[in-house]
Ligand binder design. Structure first.
Ligand code: NCD
Length: 637
């Protein structure tokens, strides 16, 4: 095992401090033109599958300055990759030529695969939209040099927060070092849910969200943002920063924005670059307000119009400085890694990680994840994350996208069970004793020869005819409320909700001769987009949502969390004019204030009871039914 830097969490706080101390020394040495030999006799390989100017050249300059040598594959399109060589093979080979490997790739999680394949330390120079830890080192170093500290600073990050890997690494570090983060996303380019969840889980941290439309007002907005949460429970969202913040709130000085970190739109990563959206732009006028007097303007570069060139000479603009610090900071990192080569495995990463991973697992749902693009040798691909409401998630070890757990099985008893909140204890226990298996679906479990755990006695509460009658009533009610059918879009929540939505659309076609647009939302970790119903002409394409009238469809509503997540996903795709909710069964026990507009059947249930909607589309052997059963302890099976 070697010491790799794949994510900013791979460096502990003290290690980052140490790298910064080294960087200061490097800066001084560079200034005095001292000849350095720290890396004499060592070779660094830079292998870049994506364009780069700053990252690669500053790494290479750093290595030369340290007296080391560099071998470089700056454009892997011209290498064996073009002949179809796998990333794993290439990394294995290159690692036998060098002592240190710097890699950039367009797949999320590619750096981890590189590290698994190489026998030398690997530095991630950017992997898809996942992380870019060394850029973050440059960013933090710049901030600290300019402001003297990181703790208690208020930093706004703006732009494409969905695909921008620089900000994905940066916000984690800011949270760790006790800075306050304000996020200013462009519409449709918000931070991925899994990242916000990580900040909440690992650092008990929740960034503030500011309006993107008026950057000029940002500094005042920031002040207001911190004055409003004077309610104690909101202050506790801050971990380390809490104390500083209270102090700052109490003092007469208004809280200022210490830095605005801008990013470009990552068009090459967007599945549907939305050219209609207005992107953020900072110009002289934006920075004129006296409240921005001390606000640093940062950018990882390249910029593509987000920052007007008129600001380049402004002393608050530090983006070229950030790029220049690339050399001493990367020199520091290189010497740090060379010095710690031996001690490699002993160091523990800073961020607390859940113990244990799962041997057999479903595929990661992120289409750009390295595990979807190339066969990976390692089986351990997920870690477990428990939600406060009892739901369980798998976190991909490569790209960190999340997957909701659907079906769990026990390797010893060779039985499976559809995962349900009360089963978390088993999940955890079976993982610990190594008997846990996770399946994508019931079908996958059955194909693997697993049998279902026996359920308690089942009672049918709706038969096929009753379900059809309910669907007819739902259709009539939706039609009665929708004068303009062409503005309507029906969105089914995957899986059963999507089939019910499809049936509603068919009924509307029969009744009115109109083909209503049908979309599918996957709240279980699939893509963020609302996709068109498969087989509806343009397969899997995103469905336009903005200003339309949306009816969300699900089979059963219980706590309301699924609906909440579906609504959040829909809003990320655009703001509908109005949204309604249709469910076949309302079984009560809501934890959120969500009330369906249309309900097929109200069914009061006890908390330990489960309701399952069986549809012929899901299971050819069954007729449509809705059953109710009691949850049974798998041990009793
Ligand atoms: C960034 C990158 O490649 O992620 N550039 C950099 O390394 N400084 C930012 C970007 O491409 O937008």
């Amino acid at each position: 095992m070697t010491r790799d830097v794949l994510a900013i969490a791979d460096l502990a706080d003290e290690e980052i401090e140490e790298i910064f101390r080294r960087a200061e020394r490097m800066e001084a040495a560079l200034k005095s033109r001292e000849k350095m030999h720290d890396a004499a006799g060592t070779i660094m390989a830079t292998v870049f599958y994506e364009p780069s100017t700053r990252t690669r050249l500053s790494f290479e300059a750093a290595m030369w300055r340290l007296g080391g040598a560099v071998i470089s594959a700056p454009d892997m399109k011209s290498s064996s990759a073009a002949k179809g060589e796998t990333l794993a093979d290439t990394m294995k080979v290159v690692s036998s030529y060098a002592d240190l490997l710097v890699v950039r790739h367009f797949w999320d999680g590619a750096a981890r695969l590189a590290a698994e394949s190489a026998d030398i330390p690997v530095i991630n120079a950017g992997d898809g939209s996942h992380e870019h830890p060394t850029q973050t080192l440059c960013d933090l170093y710049t901030l600290r040099r300019a402001k003297g500290t990181l703790k208690g600073l208020t930093v706004a990050v703006g732009g494409d927060l969905k695909y921008g890997r620089t900000v994905h690494s940066l916000v984690r570090a800011l949270a760790r070092f006790g800075a306050n983060i304000v996020i200013v996303p462009v519409r449709g380019m918000e931070f991925p849910g899994w990242l916000l969840q990580q900040l909440a889980d690992e650092y008990a941290y929740q960034p503030r969200i500011a309006r993107p439309d008026d950057l000029k007002a940002l500094a005042q907005d920031v002040h207001a943002l911190y004055l409003t949460p004077a309610k104690p429970h909101q202050l506790t969202l801050f971990t380390d920063a809490e104390f500083d913040l209270e102090e700052r709130l109490a003092s007469a000085e208004p809280i200022t924005l210490d830095a605005l970190y801008m990013t470009r739109q990552q068009r090459e990563r967007q599945d549907t670059p939305d050219d209609g959206v207005e992107y953020l732009r900072v110009d002289k006028e934006t920075f004129q307000d006296p409240s921005m007097r001390h606000t640093l303007l940062m950018h990882p570069l390249p910029r593509t119009g987000e920052i007007s060139a008129a600001l380049d000479r402004d002393p608050r603009s530090v983006y070229f400085q950030q790029a220049a610090y690339g050399v001493p900071v990367r020199m520091a990192l290189i010497t740090f890694l060379l010095d710690h080569r031996a001690a490699a495995a002993a160091t523990v990463a800073a961020a607390p990680r859940a113990e244990g991973t799962i041997r057999i697992g479903p595929r990661c749902a992120n289409p750009n994840c390295v595990t979807r693009r190339e066969e990976v040798a390692s089986e351990r691909r997920f870690r477990l994350r428990r939600e406060s409401n009892g739901g369980g998630h798998l976190v991909c070890l490569y790209c960190e996208h999340e997957l909701r757990i659907q079906v769990i099985g026990n390797r010893k008893s060779r039985h499976f069970h559809v995962y349900d909140e009360p089963m978390y204890g088993y999940l955890d226990g079976w993982m610990r004793d190594g008997t846990l298996v996770i399946f994508d679906s019931v079908k996958q479990a059955e194909e693997a020869g697993y049998k279902p755990y026996k359920l308690g006695p089942q009672k049918a509460i709706m038969n096929a005819a009753e379900i059809e009658r309910s669907l007819a009533e739902l259709t009539d009610a939706i039609l009665a409320d929708t004068p303009e059918l062409n503005e309507l879009v029906i969105i089914g929540i995957k899986t059963a909700g999507a089939y019910l939505a499809h049936r509603l659309v068919e009924r509307i076609r029969t009744a009115r001769g109109v083909e209503v647009e049908l979309g599918v939302v996957d709240v279980h970790g699939g893509s963020d987009a609302i996709q068109r119903w498969p087989g509806n002409g343009a397969d899997g394409e995103p469905v336009p949502i903005a200003d339309r009238s949306v009816v969300v469809v699900d089979d059963v509503i219980n706590s309301g969390w699924t609906v909440k997540e579906a609504l959040a996903a829909i809003w990320r795709c655009g703001r509908p004019r109005e949204a309604r909710l249709a469910v076949l069964v309302d079984r009560g026990h809501r934890q959120l204030p969500i009330k369906p507009t249309y309900v097929g059947k109200h069914l009061p249930t006890a908390p330990h009871e489960r309701v399952r909607v069986r549809l012929r589309e899901l299971d050819r052997e069954h007729k449509d039914t809705v059953v109710i059963y009691s949850y049974v302890d798998p041990k009793a099976a």
